[in-house]
Design a protein around this ligand. Structure first.
Ligand SMILES: Cc1cc2nc3c(=O)[nH]c(=O)nc-3n(C[C@H](O)[C@H](O)[C@H](O)COP(=O)(O)O)c2cc1C
Length: 301
């Protein structure tokens, strides 16, 4: 049985990747299981300087999902290189560094620093507010997606994944913009904008008022966006959004994803991504799928 996939020249032993922000820097989960069994892991968003993140509360449970406004708490790129790279270098799984920033220069400097490390791929989180453009996220306008992708691509020595936000007018336009900017792959979706209110106090539940929704609640949105993006571009796609079962994984691959990322599921079951690797193999046997790559974009309609 073949479970390995190839994304932009990088070989993954299986299509299960831990999603950014839900898996720390890997070592947090290494106490639960052998994380080398995963196809890959994606780090928490890394910024140029260390960040404390937003004040608490910054997580709220919703029906079939969670809202978060963590605000990119991370040790900064130098902290990442000193504290986390030594552990990540011991792993036999693909390591993807997720990069965030509030100006183009921030992204460029952070990617330049990470480009000189052993990290195999870089994933650009473009859902961050662009402080020099009035706070509108880099990922909203297609023109801005293309510009930030092209600027980062120039300094990036690893294959570059651009992670698309679902909070946009037309995901196909943004997918094409990232491809035009030189992205080697796309990942989608990031969280869907939302909020929670406590009717008793009439106050927002999150200290930051608004947050990003993830978990099973967003799966149908993500599936449609993956399918739409798949039809719009030629570069490989990594599907993300509400995946909790092996059936979900196959659905995303049939929609056009070549691999998937598992996010919130890690938070409600730390073994989730590990279990999915085994469950996917079992499901492939049941469905008589010999090579997982046969599924990619195989939707009949
Ligand atoms: C607590 C939390 C923190 C996150 N932090 C990041 C981040 O730093 N960078 C990023 O690109 N996405 C981040 N995400 C988004 C996830 O990587 C993923 O795109 C999203 O949660 C949808 O997948 P899911 O439904 O499987 O959780 C975060 C999500 C959660 C729940």
């Amino acid at each position: 049985m073949i479970t390995s996939v190839n994304i932009a020249g990088v070989a993954f032993k299986n299509p299960i990747i831990a999603a950014s922000g839900t898996f720390g820097f890997g070592k947090e989960y290494a106490n639960f299981y052998d994380i080398d069994l995963l196809g890959g892991i994606c780090t928490k968003g890394i910024t140029l300087e260390a960040r404390q993140g937003n004040p608490a509360p910054r997580i709220a449970e919703t029906h079939a999902g969670i809202l978060n406004s963590v605000g990119l708490q991370n040790p900064g790129v130098e902290g990442f290189i000193q504290e986390d790279i030594p552990f990540l270098e011991t792993l036999d799984t693909v390591v993807i560094a997720n990069v965030a920033g509030s100006t183009e220069e921030d992204y460029i400097k952070t990617v330049q620093r990470i480009s000189s490390t052993s990290v195999q791929m870089i994933e650009l989180n473009i859902s961050c507010p662009n402080v020099k453009a009035g706070g509108m996220a880099f990922g909203v306008l297609p023109s801005s997606v293309e510009k930030i992708t092209a600027a980062v691509k120039k300094v990036c020595t690893q294959p570059l994944i651009v992670k698309l936000s679902p909070n946009v007018a037309n995901i196909a336009d943004n997918a094409r913009a990232a491809q035009n900017g030189g992205a080697d792959a796309l990942s989608l979706i990031n969280t869907v904008s939302g909020m929670a209110i406590d009717y008793k106090t009439r106050r927002p539940v999150l200290a930051n008022v608004y947050g990003g929704l993830s978990g099973p609640a967003v799966k149908p949105i993500a599936l449609k966006m993956v399918h739409t993006a798949y039809r719009a571009v030629k570069i490989p796609i990594i599907g993300i959004g509400g995946i909790t079962t092996a059936e979900d994984v196959l659905e995303f691959m049939i929609a056009g994803a070549r691999a998937v990322q598992i996010g919130s599921a890690n938070l409600f079951n730390p073994l989730a991504a590990n279990l999915l690797v085994t469950q996917l193999s079992n499901l492939m046997t049941t469905c008589k799928i010999n090579n997982i790559n046969e599924c990619v974009g195989s939707l009949n309609y």
